[in-house]
Each structure stands twice: as C-alpha cells, then as structure tokens.
Design a protein around this ligand. Structure first.
Ligand code: HEM
Length: 443
C-alpha cells in the first residue's frame, strides 16, 4: 500500500475507498463546443477535482493522474496493472521497443539498455561532440553572413545528426536528412490520421516507403561490415544480434532503427528549441549558467543541466503518458476499474503550485539549490519513471549539455518573433516560426 504523502500528494485515508471524482458532463460539453485543446480540458478537470480525476469523452471514463504518489503507483509500482496499449505510432515504429509489450518488449529493452548506460554511453561521447561542433560551426557561419536561422530546424538537425551517428557511425548527410524529414512529417500527422488502419496506412504510404528505403540502405551497409568513420553503431549491434536471435528479422531491425530515430530526435530537438525560447524571455538564465564556472568545469555543466531540467519541467516533450488498467485497483484510496483509460500528465504535475512555487516562472536554480525542488519521483518525471522510463535519458541529457557548452558561450540569438501558441500533439511544441539571427561569436 502507498502510504507516503508529500507536498501536492493526496491525503491517504486508510480504509476509505471511493470512486474517482468525475467532472460534470457540462464541463466537457462546454470545452467541446469551444473547440479547445485537450490540455485546456485536463487543466480544468485537475483544478476542479484534484490529482486523480475522471472525465468522459465517450461512454467510459478516462482518469487523469497528476498527483505524485498516484503517478508513482501507476508508472513505477504497478506497471503490470497499468499497461501501454498498442498505439497509433505502431504505423511508423511497428514492433520497436517503444510500442512492444510483454516478453518481446523485455527482450528488446534488455538488448538496447546496455548501449544507453555507463560504458555503453562512452561510445557516443565523440559522436555527440562532433555533432555539436558541426552545429556550432554552422552558427558561426550564420553569424558572419547575418543570414537568419530557424532554431527548430537547427535543433532537429543536431538531434538527428547525433542519433544517426550513434546508429550508423556516419555523420548525417544532406540527402539522408531530407529523406528523414518524412519521419517528422509522419509523426506530426499521426494524431490526425483516419481511424481505420488501412486508410491511415494509405494516407502516409509514400512517406513510409521513403523511410523504409533509408532503413534498408543503412541495414545493408551495417550488414556488409561498413562501420563508418566513427566506428560501428547501434545498428551493428542489432544486425549482429540477428545472427543468434531469429526474432531480429530485417523488419524488427527496421522497427528498432525507426523507433530510435523517432524517440531520439523530436523530443531532444523540441526541448532545445523551448530552451532557447525561454532564454529569450529570461536572458539571465544564460548569464548565470556561464558565470557558474569556467569552460569544461563541473559547475558550468551542472548549471547547464539545470537549464535543461527547468525547460523539461515547463515543457516535458512527452506531455501525456497514456496507460490502460488491466485489472481493478485501488489508487491512492480511489477505485479504478479494469478497462479504464488513464492519462498520466507530467505537464500538469510540473506546473502544480503546491509542488512548484510560482510554477510558470523559469528558474533553473530550482535544480541547483538544495531543497529547490520536490524530490518525490512522481513530482518531476519528464523521462517517465519505472520500467518503461526513457531508454535515452542519459543520451538526451548528454547531447543537450554538450551542445549548449558549445553554443552558449559563443553565440547569442535574437528572435525575429517568437511563437505565441503551443501545439499539444504527440509532443508539446512551439507553434509558429522560430527564426532568429545569431550574434557574432565572441573572440
Ligand atoms: C529530452 C529528450 C527526451 C525526453 C523528454 C524523452 C521522454 C521519454 C518518456 C517520457 C518516455 C516514456 C514514455 C512512457 O512511459 O509512456 C520515453 C521512452 C523512450 N525513450 Fe525517450 N525521451 C527523450 C529522448 C530520448 C532519446 C535521445 C532516445 C534514444 C536515443 C530515447 C529513447 C526512448 C525509448 C526507446 C523509449 C521507450 C522505452 C520503453 O518503452 O521501454 N528518448 N522517453
């Protein structure tokens, strides 16, 4: 039983088990008639009913979970009772580790895990640094010519370059970048595709064919032993695995490759884009990070990581984590019936004023000062928690920090204008152009 209560947690009443409080139908109808974003409905439901609250979009209730203890219960303590369901993304990533379930998922995750922790991560250090240097050199070029850059596109390019180098051992060339733009196009289209699987497939068939062609080419190169200038990549591990494990068919290797491209670049790219937009609003963040210590010092690194964490607090790219209850359960004193859809929402937990004072304010010191933030694992979880937590957590933090170590001291950005809207799709993204001019590097 979960008995621990922290700030922002629901008081646990031993023995009292109640139905989850449910939003009155009028609230949902008003929201629907106004054509609002899902995030607006969730915000209202949470404000009225608290950290565990139900609402109905159809005949069955959906339960919104934002209370830290309940988040931990669902994601980390009882992942067997609250499972991921086969989702839309399967169209793009097939049986890749992000969508897989059961024993297949366990096997796939085990194989990849060693690559993304400790010694495995060291293999990517050089590749991440090379990708960061390439981006910094490009920005110096923009600074010399005065040509504006598109921050979102730059960050996408960087994140795709690091993951592509890590997968194949090759830097990202212009042709591959162009072809892989279709990955982002399909990801963005997923929530709007027809409900019928065949119709949905037809709608993105030509994009999928282009993605498959890139994957086929990369798998063939890895299989032929061509390791690329940076040595063998993760794709070589998958191809090698196929020699001993028949389940690693070309199809599954393709699915893992596309999964890592999808999971590993959009999230990091949007985080870095938000970070620059937030620095535009709060320029002291950059100055404080650079004042924290000299280049390469542990203090500078810690201060830059705090910028990344504070950005992820306000804009956790995976802003909702859907689950499905497989059995009846008691969740922090409330009954949850088997078959209930659950939405865990880091975006709302991270903006709960009971947990995060002045939550809308960008303040990286929260992640530096002792006691600057709540320590409950369910209070800050941009990478998820529990067995399905992000495989690329270390990778994402490392690539973001290394890039910022290169860019922040040397370049400042002046945005032409900043997007005023936010898009809440598969990820939470700035909605609008992010054109900016780079100031001359300091010498
Ligand atoms: C700032 C960047 C990133 C964020 C915010 C992020 C966030 C997340 C979250 C929240 C989950 C869990 C989803 C759930 O519980 O439903 C997840 C899963 C995953 N992430 Fe990330 N991620 C990031 C970067 C990356 C990178 C760089 C990679 C790969 C190199 C990656 C690979 C994965 C994979 C493979 C999974 C699925 C794990 C599983 O289901 O076992 N992510 N990510």
């Amino acid at each position: 039983m979960d008995t621990e209560a922290g700030p922002g947690s629901l008081p646990h009443v031993p023995g009292a088990v109640r139905p989850v409080p449910e939003a009155e139908p009028g609230l949902v109808e008003r929201w629907r008639s106004q054509g609002g974003e899902l995030v607006e409905l969730l915000t209202q439901v949470r404000e009225r009913l608290g950290g565990i609250a139900a609402f109905r979009l159809g005949p069955a209730p959906t339960v919104l979970v934002t209370d830290p203890q309940a988040v931990q219960h669902v994601l980390a303590r009882h992942p067997d009772r609250y499972v991921k369901r086969s989702h839309r993304a399967r169209l793009l990533i097939g049986d890749g580790v992000l969508a897989a379930t059961g024993t297949a998922w366990k096997r796939q995750r085990r194989l990849l895990q060693s690559q993304f922790t400790g010694t495995g991560m060291r293999r990517y250090e050089q590749r991440i640094t090379e990708a960061a240097r390439t981006t910094a050199a490009r920005w110096s070029g923009y600074a010399r010519t005065g040509q504006p850059l598109d921050v979102e596109r730059e960050m996408r390019r960087f994140a795709l370059d690091t993951i592509w180098r890590s997968l194949t051992g090759h830097p990202l060339d212009d042709g591959t970048e162009r072809e892989l733009a279709t990955v982002a196009a399909v990801t963005a289209a997923l929530p709007t595709l027809p409900a019928d699987v065949t119709d949905a497939q037809d709608a993105v068939a030509s994009d999928l064919a282009r993605i498959d062609a890139v994957a086929r080419h990369a798998i063939k190169a890895a299989r032929s032993g061509s390791a690329g200038p940076d040595g063998p990549g993760l794709l070589h591990l998958l191809v090698d695995a196929a020699t001993e494990r028949p389940e690693y068919t070309d199809r599954l290797i393709r699915d893992e490759l596309v999964t890592l491209l999808v999971a590993g670049h959009e999230t990091t790219a949007t985080t870095l884009t938000w970070l620059y937009l937030l620095l535009d609003r709060y320029p002291a963040g950059r100055e404080e990070a650079l004042a924290a210590g000299g280049a390469g010092s542990a203090q500078r690194r810690q201060a830059i990581q705090a910028l990344v964490h504070e950005t992820l607090r306000l804009y956790p790219s995976a802003w909702i984590l859907p689950r499905h209850a497989t059995e009846d359960d008691t969740l922090a004193g409330y009954t949850v019936e088997a078959g209930t859809d659950i939405l865990v929402c880091p975006y709302l937990t991270h903006r709960d004023p009971q947990l995060w004072p002045d939550p809308e304010h960008f303040d990286p010191r929260r992640f530096i000062t002792p006691d600057g933030r709540p320590t409950h694992p369910g209070a800050y979880f941009p990478f998820g928690i529990g067995p399905r937590a992000c495989l690329g957590l270390q990778f994402a933090l490392r690539e973001s920090t290394v890039l910022l170590e290169h860019l922040l001291p040397a370049h400042t950005l002046a945005f032409d204008s900043t997007p005023t809207k936010t898009s809440y799709g598969m990820t939470v993204r700035p909605d609008g152009p992010t054109l900016a001019t780079v100031a001359q590097p300091h010498t």
